[in-house]
Design a protein around this ligand. Structure first.
Ligand SMILES: C[S@@+](CC[C@H](N)C(=O)[O-])C[C@H]1O[C@@H](n2cnc3c(N)ncnc32)[C@H](O)[C@@H]1O
Length: 678
């Protein structure tokens, strides 16, 4: 064909019927009619009416290709899945004009992230050329728009949670990718590719090796074109489940932000599969509350090739959960923990998500006895990489990153997400002074927890109720006087908890029987927690604790002196001092609210986004009250504790020794408890 077709008129990968094409190509008309249209083949020029953007004069008439906005995602998904490039054609009786879908996307949707955009290569149906000069936006990486805008609530947010779809910000993907590809692996593997965030970042930092991985959701993968990834590049990405798949080769480099899917969203079959995986990788199962993300990490580590590097972006619960300590001890014997990245608020990878994110960098090398620990203060990938690769020196603090070396034993003992403990703050755990129990879970607050007005309206006898506190906001101070309950009554806040025991319904007053029947009609006896109770309306029993602990919050975790004698619902923990002498309880309360004691919460709490902490009862019992605070409050160190302190774990004990010691320490702690209890 030696006619001057418009440059993109025919491209490789033709998909029209062959006979039709033969006819057009073998018997070409003199000139297709469309080529006589005004401005056919005129090059685009900046147009004033388009604000200087390239275009054609208004009277131009051209063959037109239309792609409907709502079809873009579907087409991209189809192309990625089938690996067949799509072309769109405008067919006339004497000529046809086609354009590859990839090219159309490039023209109509400029990139929305900071990654360089690659033109499609021949097999993806582009022009057959690779762009020499990738298009880049200007400015530092963190100032560029994020690919994903996360809805703050509602079904769209819930759908993201369900699928674990929160994309890594480009600046962090770049930092992680830079470290992972540093030793030039032939291939990088991501078990949860999403739109290919890490692959695009790796390309951006110059990685030219292969990419492979898994992605369950085809439509997430379909967005890879937005990051400049051609579908041909993703030939080794499987659309499917990573956990259930069999990996048959060693992975030279792994990079991932695995789906953060909590245990209650996992099916029983999946849980069994995960249990088997933990047994295989660790030799013991993990606590049932561990989320899917930890298992992604285990499976990737299991398949990491010798000397291979792995970078994982995970929530802090990976290091703060019940079975985390044992799991990390085992992993630290098999792998080298190279570095841990934690983030200050201004550099939170997911600013609007309730997660304290960490990056763990590991390699399949012999364990080292010290680990780099970074606190990232600003989203600055170059500063992170510099801190990770600096050979000498201990602390390397810049305006963007604080870096230090930590002894492996200390790090594992403290918890990898936590800062090192100041060495000058020995203390006595709260368990030496009190035991901690969670507040009452009713299973149906709307039925069991009423206002005074409701109790009266229903004609229920107040003797069947216990005064209770239902939410942290109902007591914002650190004492709860009796008068406060009247204020809550006036504000129509519920404070009356129905406290029935095992008594059969028919011995109860008629009004109470009628109320319980109403509960039965509401289907309460079938609700998950309630159906374990006999009879279903029997409430959990607690005596009013002298101290309450508001255990979840940003900066308002505090101990409350319970002068009103309420029992708390689950938003508080109950603290029962071993010695309930009023004066001693008050001194303990003061010691617990001392800023130096509260500062120790971080070492026992689970951390969430925005500096929020959550403390479980057993963890609160481990809260250390510094010795100087005990002295100030004139609280005596329990004698049994002083003996116990001699058994405490020195920082450099081996994993096996410390396991044995902590078993005996736990035993001794419970001894203190039972002794004092009597
Ligand atoms: C947190 S996103 C990370 C995506 C991307 N790597 C990034 O960092 O921006 C996790 C991805 O894992 C996918 N996913 C969820 N369960 C999966 C599974 N069982 N196997 C493979 N991918 C899965 C989700 O669809 C989601 O796209």
């Amino acid at each position: 064909m030696n006619r001057s077709w418009p440059s993109h008129a025919f491209e490789s990968g033709l998909t029209v019927p062959a006979e039709w094409l033969d006819d057009v190509l073998l018997n070409p008309p003199l000139l297709p009619w469309s080529e006589f249209w005004p401005h056919f083949s005129t090059p685009l020029k900046p147009q004033r009416r388009l604000g200087g953007l390239p275009g054609l004069p208004k009277n131009a008439v051209l063959p037109t290709i239309i792609i409907k906005e709502e079809d873009r995602k579907l087409l991209a998904g189809w192309q990625t899945k089938r690996r067949i490039p799509i072309h769109i054609w405008h067919v006339f009786y004497d000529a046809a004009y086609g354009l590859s879908f990839d090219r159309a996307e490039e023209w109509t949707h400029p990139p929305v992230c900071d990654l360089p955009r690659r033109q499609a290569c021949p097999s993806s149906g582009g022009t057959g050329r690779v762009a020499q000069s990738p298009i880049r936006t200007q400015g530092p990486p963190m100032s560029k728009p994020a690919l994903q805008s996360i809805p703050s609530s509602g079904p769209a947010r819930e759908a993201l949670r369900q699928k674990g779809q929160f994309w890594t910000p480009a600046w962090l993907a770049r930092a992680m990718a830079s470290w992972v590809v540093k030793e030039h692996p032939p291939l990088i593997f991501d078990p949860a590719v999403g739109p290919g965030t890490f692959f695009a970042a790796a390309r951006e930092v110059g990685f030219r090796g292969g990419v492979a991985g898994f992605e369950l959701d085809e439509s997430a993968l379909a967005d890879s074109y937005k990051l400049g990834l051609a579908s041909s590049e993703l030939a080794q990405v499987v659309v499917g489940d990573f956990i259930g798949s069999k990996i048959t080769f060693g992975l030279p480099a792994v990079i991932s932000n695995p789906p953060y899917i909590r245990h209650h969203r996992l099916s029983d079959t999946r849980k069994n599969e995960l249990r088997a995986l933990a047994l295989q990788c660790l030799g013991f199962p993990l606590d049932g509350r561990v989320g899917l993300h930890f298992y992604f990490l285990l499976k990737c580590l299991e398949h990491l090739a010798p000397d291979g590097r792995l970078a994982f972006l995970v929530p802090a619960d990976v290091c703060e959960g019940v079975s985390s300590a044992a799991a990390w001890r085992r992993l630290s014997e098999r792998f080298r923990i190279e570095a841990v990245l934690t983030f200050g608020e201004a550099a939170a990878p997911f600013p609007n998500v309730d997660t304290n994110a960490l990056v763990l960098l590991l390699s399949r090398r012999s364990p080292a006895n010290r680990v780099r620990w970074l606190r990232v203060l600003k989203p600055d990938p170059d500063a992170i990489l510099a801190a990770l690769t600096r050979e000498s020196g201990n602390a390397a603090t810049t305006g963007s990153v604080e870096a230090q070396w930590r002894a492996l034993e200390e790090l594992l003992g403290t918890g990898m997400s936590r800062p090192p403990r100041p060495s000058s703050s020995p203390g006595v755990p709260l368990s030496g002074f009190a035991r901690v129990v969670r507040g009452i879970a009713t299973g149906a607050n709307e039925f069991f927890f009423l206002t005074r007005a409701q109790v009266r309206e229903l004609g229920l006898d107040e003797r069947y109720f216990q005064r209770a506190l239902g939410r942290t906001r109902d007591c914002t101070a650190d004492t709860l006087p009796v008068a406060h309950l009247d204020q809550l009554d006036h504000a129509a806040r519920p404070t009356w908890l129905l406290r029935l025991g095992k008594e059969p319904k028919d011995v109860l007053p008629v009004a109470m029987q009628a109320y319980l029947e109403q509960g039965e009609r509401m289907g309460l006896p079938e609700r998950p927690l309630i159906k374990t109770r006999r009879p279903w309306y029997r409430m959990e029993q607690r005596t009013a604790p002298p101290l309450l602990f508001a255990y979840l919050g940003r900066r308002d975790c505090r101990f409350i002196l319970n002068r009103a004698g309420v029992v708390p619902l689950t938003c508080f923990l109950c603290v029962y001092p071993w010695d309930d002498d009023r004066g001693k309880v008050e001194r303990l309360w003061r010691a617990l609210n001392h800023p130096d004691t509260l500062a120790n919460l971080v070492f026992v709490a689970k951390s969430y986004g925005g500096g929020a902490l959550k403390v479980e009862p057993r963890q609160l019992e481990m809260l250390e009250i510094p010795l100087h605070v005990l002295r100030e409050a004139r609280l005596e160190t329990p004698q049994a504790w002083t003996q116990l302190a001699l058994l405490e774990t020195p920082a450099h004990r081996s994993p096996t020794e410390s396991k044995q010691a902590s078993a005996s320490t736990d035993r001794d702690r419970s001894l203190i408890r039972s002794r004092s209890h009597r």
